[in-house]
Design a protein around this ligand. Structure first.
Ligand code: UDP
Length: 322
């Protein structure tokens, strides 16, 4: 098969590229490297079945290459990164999705949208089923991401209704693992790198807000199951790990797993519109795809800590405290 992955040099996309190359498929990776990183695709670049196009998806792409499948994962995804240039973020989700949907239409490819639990905003229903329409602030600092991703879902379903495009929409909940960027400001990468550098772990607010953390390997399995599901079930479907933890518990777990760390917990102000709780209802994924995550938080954190130990070796030199 010939598979196009937008955001292929990002955290999730780079794992997908690797997966498909291992299965001897042809992979075209489109990434502007604004948040994606070349290190993530260093191995893939050596493979002759891999093609890299450095471009953002706001500019139309003209690939008529008999694409079979498209994963649309291009978008800054951590709150600090997507808020840095909110207009670019919104354009990536809306204009970008439109461009990639056009590609799918022209190539008659199946297209999967990497949507997000952020479509539920600060949810008033817990856990969140796909049938919940969410509680989203349309004018706040998270809106560029939340509303962009919501509009993208609308475009996907309108392409399905109007052009019969074969779509899949996956709402991805907090995911962590190797290839995360240590500098993107997400909670798991922040806490692990802070602990490894003996810096204080920055818990925003009192740390009672909750998240459910899914290990990357579980998500990759789910995305592939969704893309290839025989009944062409379009979703939207939640993918996440329903084990819920407070941010403070996460900080304590990470400190326990890095016993040599001299870091302490330091509280910082809670960002605006930070969702108080988040936990996926994954019954639909179980029913339609027979998918559920297998990796427990502690096991996944251990693997992620090992990744960051290696990744930070170089940058350790910049931090003489260690
Ligand atoms: N958070 C934190 N310290 C950090 C980074 C994040 O306490 O250094 C909190 C953040 O306020 C949120 C949760 O951790 O409640 C998850 O944040 P993240 O940026 O990973 O993703 P989100 O789920 O908010 O999109």
């Amino acid at each position: 098969m010939r598979i196009l992955i937008t955001g292929g040099a990002g955290f999730i996309g780079s794992h997908l590229c690797k997966y498909y190359l291992k299965k001897n498929h042809e992979v075209i990776c489109v990434d502007d490297l604004s948040t994606g990183r070349k290190e993530n695709i260093a191995e893939s670049l050596k493979n002759q079945n891999f093609k890299f196009i450095k471009q953002d998806i706001i500019r139309p792409l003209d690939i008529r290459d008999n694409l079979d499948q498209i994963y649309n994962l291009a978008c800054p995804a951590s709150p600090p990164r997507y808020q840095k240039d909110p207009i670019f973020t919104l354009k990536t989700s809306v204009i970008g999705s439109l461009n990639i949907l056009e590609l799918a239409r022209k190539n008659k490819a199946t297209i999967l949208q990497g949507s997000t639990s952020e479509v539920y905003g600060d949810p008033k229903i817990h856990p969140q089923p796909e049938s919940y329409w969410g509680n989203v602030n349309p004018t706040g600092i998270r809106s560029c991401y939340d509303e962009g991703k919501r509009a993208a879902e609308t475009l996907f379903f309108d392409y399905q209704r109007k052009y019969k495009t074969d779509i899949r929409v996956v709402r991805i909940f907090n995911t962590y693992g190797p290839n995360m960027d240590s500098e993107d400001g997400r909670v798991v990468s922040n806490f692990i790198t802070q602990a490894l550098r003996n810096e204080n772990l920055t818990v925003y607010g009192d740390g009672s807000q909750t998240r459910s953390f899914q290990y990357i390997d579980d998500l990759i399995e789910g995305l592939i199951a969704m893309m290839n599901n025989e009944k062409k079930f379009p979703g939207p479907v939640n993918m996440g790990n329903p084990d819920e933890f407070s941010v403070l518990e996460l900080a304590q777990k990470i400190l326990a797993l890095i016993p040599e760390s001299r870091s302490k917990i330091a509280h910082e102000p809670l960002p605006q519109d930070d969702p108080k709780q988040r936990k996926p209802d994954i019954r639909l994924a179980k029913e339609k795809l027979n998918w559920e995550p297998k990796i427990k938080l502690e096991e996944g954190l251990k693997k992620t800590i090992e990744y960051f130990r290696e990744a930070l070796k170089l940058s350790f030199r910049k931090f003489p405290k260690v």
